[in-house]
Design a protein around this ligand. Sequence first.
Ligand SMILES: [Fe+2]
Length: 369
Amino acid sequence: MSDEMSNEIKQPLAKVSDIIFIRFQLRDIEAQAEYLDDFGMIAVEKTDTAIFYRGTGSDAYIYAAEKGESDAFLAAGYEVDTLEELQALATAAGVEIEAGDAHMGGQMVRLKDPDGLGVEVYHGVNKSASIDENVPVLNSGKQKNRLNETQRFGSGADEWDLDEAGNMKYALPSSVMRLGHTAINVKDGPCSIKWYYEMLGMIVSDNIITPEGDVGGAFIRCDNGDMPSDHHTLNVVGLPPEAEPFHGTFGHAGFEMEKSLDDLMAGHFHMKTSGKYVHEWGIGRHLLGSQLYDYWRDSAGFILEHWTDGDLLTADKPPQNVPFIDVIKGQYGPIPHSSFNMSLPSEAVEEFRQAVPGLVDMFIKGPSS
Ligand SMILES: [Fe+2]
């Protein structure tokens, strides 16, 4: 970012400490409840009009949806440490401080980002006791940590079963712990990066540089001072003018696994052998943030990610500039489809991939890092 632009940037009104949940409006919340069960979340409340799901971590819920006439992303929820920060945001946005819902509790404000995407900021929320699970002890070539003990995930091999058609089904889902980040598609990357800094105090881990040399987007994180934060809590993706229908849309949300790669792999085979869902991207290891990842479309076509083993940064780690190709070129793994980060009904995905084969072209012909 140029000095000229940084001079215009105001000090943050608040510093969010983490993201908590995502909220949707969906036509079929029963189908989504089935998906979230398969994805590895735990139901907190299911009614005819709303669903709330948690992970094994301490957040009251990490996914919420209410029944409505259309499928839409409503908001991402973040947390601040002090009431003063909530008051500063309310004053700046000209909104009232409201009470949180029965599950989340605390107090909150509702904001809109520059593209009109919902942002809810909370203070004093309820926390649940974490659901403690054993963390597996892993052996590597050089580090032998597990001796005279077998490595058993779940029930060993007892999760495999045959369905009536003779297909192998893997019963055990992932164990989702918490929401780690979202990705959003925006009209103006630098404008959004500035807004999330000035309102929520989020700082840049990696600026995404376009082939023309501009900042097109960024991976940004929470400023928790000396306390480490995830490499990114939000991935801002600036889209060109011709992608206007996708300006101001949900890209994906990434949920961290309770345990390790086993969780990711078990979840992959559970989702895959269920035969019910569209696989979007994975399994691989990202370059930016380093997570092992696996992306699956939900019942309404929104993309949710399982991830594990991401990078953690303290606030003093300076921002890096990285070429756009690094976003889609993992350390290893498949090349993403052009439909990645595009919210589409699952039945429209294949047609979109055929019509827009851009990412493969970019990977082969585009600028190298
Ligand atoms: Fe992600």
